[in-house]
Design a protein around this ligand. Sequence first.
Ligand code: KMH
Ligand code: ZN
Length: 309
Amino acid sequence: MKSLISCAITGAIHTPSLSPYLPVTADEIAEQSIDAAKAGAAIIHLHARQPENGKPTNDPEIFREFLSKINAKSDAILNISTGVALGMTLDERLAAVKEFQPELCSLNMGSINFNVARAAKADIVWKYDWEKEYLAKSEDIVFRNTFKDINYIIKTVTEFGTKFEYECYDVGHLYNLAHFAERGVIKPPFFIQFIFGVMGGIGADEESFNFMKQTADRLFGNNYIFSVLGAGKHQFPMCELSLKSGGNVRVGLEDNLYLEKGLLAKSNAEQVGKVEQMAIDLGRKIASADEAREMLGLKGKENTKITLS
Ligand code: KMH
Ligand code: ZN
């Protein structure tokens, strides 16, 4: 099967002072998304930031600016986060997806600790006053995704025909997903993102990868397609394990700011180019956006509420 590349452009984990290349404004997010798609990403996973200081926001008006720009210049599948940022309410988290009814959105499959407080200790000059505290307080926040929350997101979003990138940070999350599958409230194929190396989730190593894959095989058989995301320095090694096992990959500055040890990635497209070359070297072909739509059973970009600018 062809390999599907997702690129998560900016996220809500990293803050602007950690890398000058992290896109913040709508123009920067649009430009980096378009370039990542040109470099080979079929799926663009999106969060928004306040243009004046890079703080995560889920304001649909900010999304509107970059979504329509990306849509006008690329046929990539646009995937909007419902995890959004630590500390937001469920309704805040759903605002952009409700407004734009994209082809894909994320769905986080369990509550976890999501500790990125170590980044607050970086020996750097902080550009904005919110950054250090935002990172530090993640040590004491639960990223809440109860069964009731998950059910609410499924109910809301399924009405628009939007499908999910199921974010699974640990083996138990696969069982949570199986529970909703058994209830029949979600339908295959399930596009599962195995997430490794978040502090609070499963580790980033081959044994953990095998455990996730074997568990998913047992629970979902042929009804799922998996992709792998490794946090920080684990990004490319975990992508390689996935590609070698016939899986798919997610890269992007949301998950890792570097291209290699000590070298910041200058753009999302650089990371896409690197993982694409890795896939080709391993004998894999890359899926186009339309091939990805076919694989995941998506409704098509003409059936979203994202306009062209
Ligand atoms: N930040 C990633 C580890 C979401 O946006 O819903 C997971 C993620 C969650 O992308
Ligand atoms: Zn995300």
